[in-house]
Design a protein around this ligand. Structure first.
Ligand code: AMP
Length: 417
């Protein structure tokens, strides 16, 4: 039987892999430019970490975790997201003693046992940032700003923030009760999942795709029941977003699928993406570190799905800026000379050395197949005169120049075209 990739897992090849790296590089460099530093975390954690952070009544923990017992009898899980791991690491390494806010970014794969479909896989990659240790609404906006900046660097312009506040321990319990009372009246209309959620996690009903818009609009809204602290925070976030010219829209039904959020929650959407249109999501998590046993420390961050971003970039025909390719064709006896040339020009070009070194004509044919813009030819004449013949594969124009002149001449040959 042929061995293939496992359901929900996939290889990332060719152009897609190039796009993948482009996103990774751009995201990291934007985050660095805002003062964020890398953190590298393990893929496997104690399963309990996610029960206690994401919440054991969420879909992720209830249905989608890759959980297993190792040979030592430990109950482990492949991480379904990375914020919980960041919080665990923060506590474990006493990072509260470092200069706060701690600003970090991560990149890595996450696992969720979901039904695979376009933009949804069982293994997917997330890039995310976290600002931990400061309650200021400026940081809520900063993480949104970093997200926007990354997407702008990738040429995506039709973006909008969907924003909500889901309150805190002071105001949410009261709202939850009001919501349950309002939902009880509509119990028969609810889908089977929401019937189960009614008492355990009623907020999730607000973003259930199966419930009617009419029903949702008739329900009480968290934003109308925020305590003074949460309301002030939310107003400040909105004011700063407006001041910085970041387009947003308040969505009272946005609650996000993880239990650890408090106050600000947001998603950034692209109008080009269809059903799975959230490119990234995030929010505040002021109780997460405390709930995991650490000292009470607020935090805010976002996570961005790389696969969905690749879909958007493909739709937009995004092209990665690549250096032009030079292909060196040479007579086998001059391989040392050819390699010296490769070393010199590799600072400005992608350079491939012909693997055969047998026949100049055949070598030039291979250069064409491999998409070279220029071919550097080193035959007997060239080697004896410390010279190179450079051919532009597009125009067919060819010149022989001294070795010291080769970089300048190569540039001219490209520009002349
Ligand atoms: P979440 O951790 O659920 O807030 O998701 C953050 C981002 O990760 C989403 O906006 C998606 O872009 C991405 N994401 C979540 N689940 C999947 C999945 N199963 N496959 C691919 N991307 C995903």
């Amino acid at each position: 039987m042929e061995i293939k990739t496992v359901k929900g897992f996939k290889d990332i090849l060719g152009e897609e892999a190039t796009l993948f790296e482009e996103i990774e590089n751009k995201a990291k460099s934007v985050a660095q430019s805002f003062g964020y530093q890398p953190i590298i975390l393990p893929t496997v954690e104690q399963s309990e970490l996610f029960d206690r952070s994401i919440g054991n009544t969420t879909d992720i923990v209830e249905k989608e975790m890759f959980t297993f017992e190792d040979k030592g009898g430990r109950i482990l899980a492949l991480r379904p997201e990375m914020t919980a791991s960041v919080a665990r690491s923060f506590i474990e390494h006493h990072l509260e003693t470092s200069a706060l806010p701690l600003k970090i970014y991560y990149f890595g794969q996450c696992f969720r046992y979901e039904n695979p479909q376009k933009g949804r896989y069982r293994e997917f990659y997330q890039f995310g940032i976290e600002a931990i240790g400061d309650i200021s609404p400026v940081l809520d906006v900063e993480v949104i700003q970093v997200a926007f900046e990354i997407l702008r660097h990738l040429g995506i312009k039709d973006l909008k923030v969907k924003l909500n506040s889901i309150g805190c321990r002071t105001c949410r319990p009261n709202y939850k009760n009001l919501l349950i009372e309002a939902l009880k009246i509509h119990y028969d209309e609810l889908c089977n999942d929401c019937k189960k959620r009614l008492y355990k996690n009623p907020l999730r009903i607000l973003d259930c795709k199966k419930e009617s818009q009419e029903l949702k609009e008739s329900l009480p809204k968290m934003v109308d029941y925020l305590c003074t602290d949460c309301r002030t925070h939310f107003e400040k976030v909105k004011t700063i977003l407006t001041q910085l010219g970041i387009p947003f829209e308040c969505d009272p039904n946005l609650v996000r699928g993880l239990d650890y959020y408090s106050k600000t929650v947001f998603e950034v959407v692209s109008l080009e993406l269809g059903a799975q249109n959230a490119l990234l999501g995030g929010g505040r998590y002021d109780y997460l570190i405390e709930d995991l046993g650490g000292r009470s420390t607020p935090g805010v961050g976002f996570a961005m799905g790389i696969e969905r971003l690749i879909e958007v970039l493909k739709k937009r025909n995004y092209t990665v800026n690549k250096l032009p390719k030079v292909y060196i064709v040479y007579d086998q006896q001059f391989i040392t000379f050819a390699n010296e040339i490769r070393e010199i020009i590799s600072k400005e070009y992608v350079v491939e050395l012909d693997p055969k070194g047998d026949n100049i004509k055949k070598g030039v044919e291979r250069a064409s197949k491999r998409g070279a813009l220029l071919v550097f030819i080193i035959g007997e004449n060239e080697a004896n005169n410390n010279a190179i013949t450079i051919k532009n594969m597009k125009s067919g124009k060819q010149i022989t120049v001294k070795r010291e002149e080769m970089l300048k001449s190569a540039k001219e040959l490209i520009e002349d075209d």
